[in-house]
Design a protein around this ligand. Sequence first.
Ligand SMILES: Nc1ncnc2c1ncn2[C@@H]1O[C@H](COP(=O)(O)OP(=O)(O)OP(=O)(O)O)[C@@H](O)[C@H]1O
Ligand SMILES: [Mg+2]
Length: 340
Amino acid sequence: MSEANVLLEVQNLRKYFPVKGVKGPGVQAVQDVSFSIRRGETLGLVGESGCGKTTLGRTVLQLYEPTGGRIIYNGTTLFARDLGEDGKPLGKTTAVDMLPYRRKMQIIFQDPAASLDPRMTVGEIIGEAIDIHHLARTRAQRTERIEALLEQVGLRPEHAGRYPHEFSGGQQQRVVIARALAVDPEFIVCDEPISALDVSIQSQVVNMLEDMQKELGLTYLFIAHDLSVVRHISNRIGVMYLGSLVELAGSDELSVHPLHPYTQTLLSAVPVPDPRASRSRKRILLQGEIPSPMRPPTGCPFHPRCPYATEECARKRPPLREVSPGHWTACHQVCGADQN
Ligand SMILES: Nc1ncnc2c1ncn2[C@@H]1O[C@H](COP(=O)(O)OP(=O)(O)OP(=O)(O)O)[C@@H](O)[C@H]1O
Ligand SMILES: [Mg+2]
C-alpha cells in the first residue's frame, strides 16, 4: 500500500473501561488493534455483538480516550501512547486538539431517532453543524447549503421546517447523513447505519452512501453484524473477536478464502442465494459462549471455542500476520506457531 494513499492508520489501539470496585484493567473492549484505511476506501468491520466494533469506531475518533496505541490521520499523529509489557505507559502521551479534525472525521449511528434532537427542526439540526464550524458566511448561504444537502440525500428543501418525528426511519437516517456531510468530512465511521431500518429501505441507504462516497471521495469505516451487507460495500473487511482483529483481507478474498476459524464460522452463517451451493456448504456452529471481555482467555482469544485449538493456542497470543499479499490473520494453526 502506498503510504501517500493512507488516510487513517491505527497502531496497537487499546480501549479499556475501568470497572468500579474491580482491580485490573476492567472491560478490555479493544485489544491491540492495528489497521490502515486508504483514501476513498471502505473498510468493513464485522463481529458478534459486544466484540468491540462501536468502541473501536469511537476510539478512532477519540470520542473515547484511547488507553494506548497510536492514531495517525493524513500523516499527522493525533494520539500516541505507547504501552510497555506491563500495560503501563512508556513515556508521555501525545494528543492534539481534535477540534479541526472533528469536522473531517464524522460518525453515523445505528439509531437515527436517538441521534436527532426531537426539539429541533431538520433545518436547525443541519444548520447547527454548519455554524459550529463556521461554514456559511451569510444567512442566505446557510439556507442554500441546508437545502442543497437535503436534496443531496434525496429529501426536499421544504423538509427543513419539519421535526425528526415527522419522518420515517429511512428519512431520519438521510437527515443524519446530511448533517454529517454538512461539514465537508473526509472520513466517516458508519456504525451499523442500516441495522435499525426496514429491510426494504436498507439498500437505498447503502446505495446512497456509496454514491456520496464516489461523488465526494469519502473514506468509510463501515461497521455491521451482517457480512452480506459489508461484503457488498467494502473494499476490505476486518473481522473482530473479543476486542481483537483476527482477520483482514479484501472482501472477495475474505469471502472465498476465509482463513481464521472464526471467520469461517461467520461465513457459514451467511445465507447463500444458490440452494445447491447452500446445501454443499456446512454450517459451523460455535460451542460455548463468547467470553467476558473483563476476563479474556489467555493466548488466542478464540481458543476456548475453536475446533482446532492446541495447547500452544491457550498459551500464546497469535499476532496478526500477512499470510498472502494483503491477507492478514491471527491464528497459530494458519500461520504456524513456531513462526510467530
Ligand atoms: N462506555 C462503556 N463502559 C463500559 N463498558 C463498555 C462501554 N461501552 C462498551 N462497553 C463494553 O465493551 C464491550 C464492547 O462493546 P461494543 O459496544 O463496542 O460492542 P459492539 O461490537 O459494537 O456490539 P454491538 O454489535 O452489539 O453493537 C462490551 O463488553 C461492552 O459491554
Ligand atoms: Mg455496536
